[in-house]
Design a binder for this molecule. Structure first.
Ligand SMILES: Nc1ncnc2c1ncn2[C@@H]1O[C@H](COP(=O)(O)OP(=O)(O)OP(=O)(O)O)[C@@H](O)[C@H]1O
Ligand SMILES: [Mg+2]
Length: 332
C-alpha cells in the first residue's frame, strides 16, 4: 500500500547569511500493508506532517522514492491523490458555503454523483455526531465540530487508504472515543488502510496494529505496540513504606531482581521483568523482616517508556501545535 525508501525533506529557513538548512525528514523507509492501521508517533517537529505531505504528494521529496497505492508520488501525483483520503493537521479551509454543500461538492470533485455524495455525507455526519449541522456554515461551528467536518471531507469519497494527521486533537473525550470507533470500523468493515499521526499514546496503543516512532526525522522504532513495550526492561514496581529505615535493604533486594532502582524518601521503585511472579516472594520476604508497606504500585510499560528508552526524552509533555508552516515547494 505504502512503500518509501530514503525519503528526505530539507527546508531552507532564514534570509541571506542567516540561511539555515532544516533536515525535517532524514531518510525514512516505510512499508505499510493493505488493511493495516499504523500509528505515527513523535514529538513536535519530529517530521510526521512533512512525511505525510510527501506521501500525499503535497510536497516533493528532496530525495528518495515512494509509491502509494501502487502509484509513484513523483510521477503519478494525480492518481495518488484520487486514491487516498487526507485530513491535514491544519484542517481544510472553508468558504462561506454551508457545511453540507462543501462536503457534497468535495465528493463530486472525486467523481461521485451529487446524490451519492449527499447520502454518504449525511451518513458520515451521523457517524461522527454532526447531526443537525448539515446546513450550518463551518465558521459558526465549534473547534471540535470543525475538526470532525475535516474528517468527513477526508472520508467522503470512501477511500481505501486514509492519512489522518492528528485527527483527534481538539476533540472532547467522548468525540475522541467516537472517532476511534469510526477508525476501527473503517478497517474492519471497509478493509481500509489507515496511517495516522497522534500525540496521544493511549490512542496509538488502542488503535494501531503497528507503531512507527519518528524522532529528528528518522524512524527510531517500528513494531506492534506489545513488542515495543516488551523492549522496555520490565514493569515499574514502586513500594512505599511506613518507615524509611527499611528502604536501603529493599533497594538492594530490588537491585538483585530488577534494574533502574530509584529511592525517594520512604519509597523505592525499580523496573522488574515478570513482576507478577517475582513481587509476591519479595513481599513475603519484606513482611518476615517486619517492613510494613504503605502502598504498592505496579505499572506496565507504556509507549512513553518506549520513547524514553529509545530517545532519553519523554513524549508525555509534548503538546500539539497547529501546523501553520508554508511548504517551500508545492507540486501543482
Ligand atoms: N515549510 C517549512 N519551512 C521550514 N521548516 C519547516 C517547514 N515545514 C516544517 N518545517 C520544520 O520541519 C520540522 C518537522 O516539521 P513537521 O511539521 O513535519 O513536524 P511534526 O512531527 O508534524 O510536528 P507536530 O507534532 O508539531 O505536528 C520542524 O522542525 C519544522 O519546523
Ligand atoms: Mg505535524
Amino acid at each position: 500500500m505504502i512503500h518509501a525508501r530514503g525519503l528526505v525533506q530539507t527546508f531552507t529557513t532564514g534570509r541571506g547569511k542567516q540561511t539555515k538548512e532544516v533536515r525535517a525528514v532524514d531518510g525514512v523507509d516505510l512499508d505499510i500493508a493493505e488493511g493495516e492501521v499504523v500509528g505515527f508517533l513523535g514529538p513536535n517537529g519530529a517530521g510526521k506532517t512533512t512525511t505525510l505531505r510527501m506521501l500525499t504528494t503535497l510536497l516533493r521529496p528532496t530525495s528518495g522514492t515512494a509509491t502509494v497505492n501502487g502509484y509513484d508520488v513523483l510521477t503519478q501525483s494525480v492518481q495518488v491523490r484520487r486514491s487516498i483520503g487526507y485530513v491535514s493537521q491544519a484542517g481544510s479551509t472553508f468558504s462561506q458555503a454551508l457545511a453540507g454543500d462543501e462536503v457534497s461538492d468535495h465528493g463530486q470533485l472525486y467523481g461521485m454523483s451529487r446524490r451519492d455524495a449527499v447520502a454518504r455525507g449525511k451518513q458520515l455526519f451521523d457517524d461522527l455526531q454532526l447531526d443537525g449541522l448539515w446546513d450550518r456554515m463551518p465558521k459558526n461551528m465549534s473547534g471540535g465540530q470543525k475538526r470532525r467536518l475535516d474528517i468527513v471531507m477526508g472520508l467522503i469519497h470512501d477511500p481505501t487508504l486514509v492519512f489522518l494527521d492528528e485527527p483527534t486533537t481538539g476533540l472532547d473525550p467522548q468525540a475522541r472515543a467516537n472517532l476511534w470507533e469510526h477508525i476501527a470500523r473503517l478497517r474492519t468493515e471497509r478493509g481500509a488502510t489507515v496511517f495516522l499521526t497522534t500525540h496521544y499514546l493511549d490512542e496509538a496503543d488502542a488503535l494501531s496494529d503497528r507503531i512507527l516512532i519518528i524522532d529528528n526525522g528518522r524512524i527510531v522504532a517500528a513494531d506492534t505496540p506489545d513488542n515495543l513495550k516488551s523492549q522496555v526492561s520490565g514493569d515499574l514496581v514502586r513500594l512505599e513504606f511506613a518507615d524509611a529505615a527499611h528502604v536501603p535493604n529493599v533497594a538492594t533486594a530490588l537491585g538483585d531482581i530488577g534494574s533502574d532502582v530509584v529511592v525517594d524518601g520512604a519509597a523505592v521503585s525499580a523496573r522488574v521483568r515478570g513482576s507478577a511472579r517475582i513481587v509476591p516472594g519479595l513481599l513475603r520476604d519484606l513482611e518476615a523482616r517486619g517492613a510494613t508497606l504503605d502502598s504498592i504500585e505496579i505499572v506496565k510499560p507504556t509507549l512513553d517508556d518506549v520513547f524514553l528508552t529509545l530517545t532519553g526524552r519523554s513524549l508525555r509533555d509534548e503538546t500539539s501545535t497547529p501546523d501553520t508552516a508554508q511548504p517551500d515547494k508545492e507540486i501543482a
